[in-house]
Design a protein around this ligand. Sequence first.
Ligand code: ADP
Length: 427
Amino acid sequence: MTLVLGCIADDYTGASDLANTLTRQGLRTIQTIGLPAPGLDLPEVDAMVIAFKSRSIPAEEAIALSRLADRWLRTAGASHVLFKICSTFDSTDAGNIGPVTDALRADCGASIVAVTPAFPGTNRTVFQGNLYVGSVPLNESPLKDHPLNPMRDANLVRVLARQSSSTVGLVPIATVEAGVEALREALAALAAEGYGDAIIDAIFDRHLETIGEAVLDNPLSTGASGLGLGLARALVARGRVTAASASGDQRAAPPGHAAIIAGSCSRATLEQIAVAEHAMPVRHLSPERLVTEGATEAVEALAWAKSRLALGPVLIASSAMPEDVTALQAKHGGAAAGHAIEQALATIAEGLVHAGVGRLVVAGGETSGAVVDRLGLAAFLLGPEIAPGVPVLRTIGDRDLVLALKSGNFGGPDFFARALTAMEQPL
Ligand code: ADP
């Protein structure tokens, strides 16, 4: 396998977002949770996103993890590595964007690193080095009150300088508008003056395309999914994306049954469950019993599912209306109830897989995390999007599963039917 793009992401959901963005641009992409396990048998892909939870851990730990990932990606052929950060530049003055970028720059010998969290598709734009979230500067957005990384300064040149050992310059929008050569020259000029990082303005996708083309031949960049989009488009334009079209190793969907587990109580998921009631057997779990005797409730739900799976997909849900959720939380405590229900649903997911389920849809972000952890899944190949932000996933490793992991509010009313159909396609 020879990667054309390697990515190191500082959190899991950001990694998925990036992997999905790259896939949509035509790159065959794998996402791993943490460093790939030794001996992991990877299919031919264009890009790989190694996901950590390194955004808010001590800088030395984030550096150590990121350096290992960087080495892994370059050994697998990646000549360019994107350090994927949040599009709202979530970090503190202690790091970790600056320290990790410094360490990776030193390792790869880059003279200057282009840095931009711009992602116009989600309303993150950078102008004169200032990050805007929609129509307001970062420090006036809800991010100013973030519990871990309160962002009180919108000027990214200053923000990055406070956490970086290098001098931080700016490439303004006028230079980006002037095109790839102008941007390359500006970066070279800053590098010659001793700058180690350059915040680059970007307002529209075309700016990210210019940046992607200008920095692709550099070994390193730091940015959000928007920069991933720019790099991906540059790779496609250069004809360097081959794995997707030459994916002779596409495999038929794994054999076995299909099932859906819902732990989200969002309005969208409640509606999706109501629609599914017309198409498949639905088991509504008792939230009270899930909290007080989760193991028993799980055993009974599994017995119910096993007697029906051969006939078609089944849906098992803990989801409840807001007033019922509030009442349960008041009785048992919100965190305790949530955790207990997540664990019971993970037990059910595990049982379903043992019972021969090969295609599994999970509704709910935290619920999905609990299921992925319980099943010990560490790497996914991304497939087509079922709904915006929700791709089909195929596990890589010992356990062959096709998954759809959906945050509560994602997807239209017919999401479950769409997911089950999309998950039958070869990937
Ligand atoms: P979403 O993506 O919609 O936020 P999550 O899975 O992230 O969904 O979060 C839903 C949380 O609610 C989980 O912790 C889950 O265990 C919990 N939960 C599920 N069903 C119920 C219920 N009936 N009452 C209270 N909490 C519930």
